[in-house]
Design a protein around this ligand. Structure first.
Ligand code: AMP
Length: 210
């Protein structure tokens, strides 16, 4: 099963992808997590990506497409995967098609911009494994420590309010056209993001089974 999770930053793609990944035993592939690890490790790709990420812009298509292509060629992707944060532009979606990737379903998680802005101010992520939390709606058991790997849980630099406005604008301009792209291919299901993780997950499972 190859899935795509589509939605604005903070819509809950990462959190839902983690849950689907645990249940269906297929890896979650987050290009954002891969890029953050590259920045942290100071790789050439990380150096290229950092300035775009810091200002809330998209990293150039050719960089991200290269990363994705290498990742889905890995052994653990044999039985499928969940793409979280890719594709984010029409050329990225076309690149996937040109690689011969068959997508089974695209789940759009729809959340209003105003809710997104409030949510992202409380979002925290694990520096080590990328797991996603929220100070109020999905807190860690021990403050500042990841439930899954014990890593440090921090606020992302690009979750600062000014950068969030930029990222939302980028989403509407560059990524939202993918909704029609996948609708026209008969692949799209839209799930309205709920207040809590479990509520959204119930709708996600229903959409996957439909
Ligand atoms: P995310 O964790 O998915 O919110 O991604 C964080 C940042 O990484 C984004 O704001 C972009 O700068 C960059 N990024 C992640 N995925 C992509 C992508 N598919 N295309 C371009 N830039 C991306």
């Amino acid at each position: 099963m190859n899935l795509i999770l589509l939605g604005a930053p903070g819509a809950g793609k990462g959190t839902q992808a983690e849950k689907i990944s645990e249940e269906k035993h297929i890896p979650q592939i987050s290009t954002g997590n891969i890029l953050r690890a590259a920045v942290k490790n100071g790789t050439e790709c990380g150096l290229q990506a950092k300035s775009y990420m810091d200002r809330g812009d998209l990293v150039p298509d050719e960089v991200v497409i290269g990363i994705l292509k290498d990742r889905i060629a890995e052994e653990d992707c044999r039985n499928g995967y969940i793409l979280d944060g890719f594709p984010r532009t029409v050329p990225q979606a076309e690149a996937l098609e040109n690689m011969g990737v068959q997508i089974d379903k695209v789940l759009e998680i729809s959340v209003d911009d105003e809710i997104i802005k409030t949510r992202l101010s409380g979002r925290r992520v694990c520096e080590s494994c990328g797991a996603s939390y929220h100070v109020e709606f999905n807190p860690t058991k021990e403050e500042g420590k990841c439930d899954k790997c014990g890593g440090n849980v921090v606020q992302r630099k690009d979750d600062a309010p000014e950068t969030v406005i930029e990222r939302l604008s980028t989403y509407h301009k560059a990524t939202a056209p993918l909704i029609d792209f996948y609708k026209s291919r008969g692949k799209l299901s839209t799930v309205v993001g709920q207040e809590n993780v479990a509520g959204t997950y119930k709708l996600v499972l229903e959409a996957l089974e439909a």
